[in-house]
Ligand binder design. Structure first.
Ligand SMILES: [Zn+2]
Length: 194
């Protein structure tokens, strides 16, 4: 896929998506189950103007395919790449035997929980800091103090970042309603041992 047109050439990026089976031995009950993991591979390359345009485009595609194959191969528990490194949004499923999530799945769910709150918080923090910096260093400014609205933005931003950290730490996927975990396990997993 061609995504950017630039003055000096073209950058190419390519994405390959697919599903691979992943076999997990549950860390809680020690029984095995399988589920389909959604994996994404990416690649990119650059061609100066139209020189090597086709080759660069193909090379981005090859890189994406290789990246996909590497991640797909690692998806199996035998090579155990943690689920958060496999780039998927649908990788957390409860064990069909005991309904527990695995530790790497919990880490991923915590990381992604309310991620937009952290992004908003950091945005306000950076925006407030830039405003303060330009006010303090303004050569034509009368008083070189931080404007109150910039301080307020930074306080709100820092509070949001802290809130996301606290709420993520308190997230407990294994305590979510049992029927919801049961339904998810039934829909997404295959029982391998009884
Ligand atoms: Zn289990």
């Amino acid at each position: 896929m061609l995504d950017t047109t630039m003055l000096f050439g073209f950058s190419h990026s390519s994405t390959v998506r697919g599903t691979v089976p992943r076999i997990v031995t549950c860390s809680n009950c020690n029984q095995r189950f399988g589920y389909e993991l959604h994996v994404r591979g990416t690649g990119s390359s650059f061609s100066p103007w139209l020189l090597g345009f086709k080759e660069a485009s193909e090379s981005a595609g090859d890189e994406a395919r290789q990246d996909f194959i590497r991640r797909a191969a690692s998806a199996n528990a035998l090579t155990s790449m943690p689920v958060e490194d496999l780039r998927s949004s649908l990788n957390a499923v409860p064990c069909p035997h005991c309904l527990h999530y695995q530790p790497d799945m919990i880490r991923m769910l915590k990381k992604r929980h309310l991620i937009w709150v952290a992004v908003l918080g950091w945005g306000l923090l950076i925006f407030g800091s830039l405003q303060s910096y330009s006010a303090v260093t303004d050569p034509f400014g009368s008083d070189h103090t931080m404007p109150p609205q910039a301080i307020a933005l930074m306080v709100v931003g820092a509070t949001l970042v802290a809130l996301k950290i606290v709420l993520s730490a308190r997230l407990s996927p294994n305590e979510q309603p049992q029927d919801a975990r049961e339904a998810l396990a039934r829909a997404r997993t295959t029982v391998l041992d009884e």
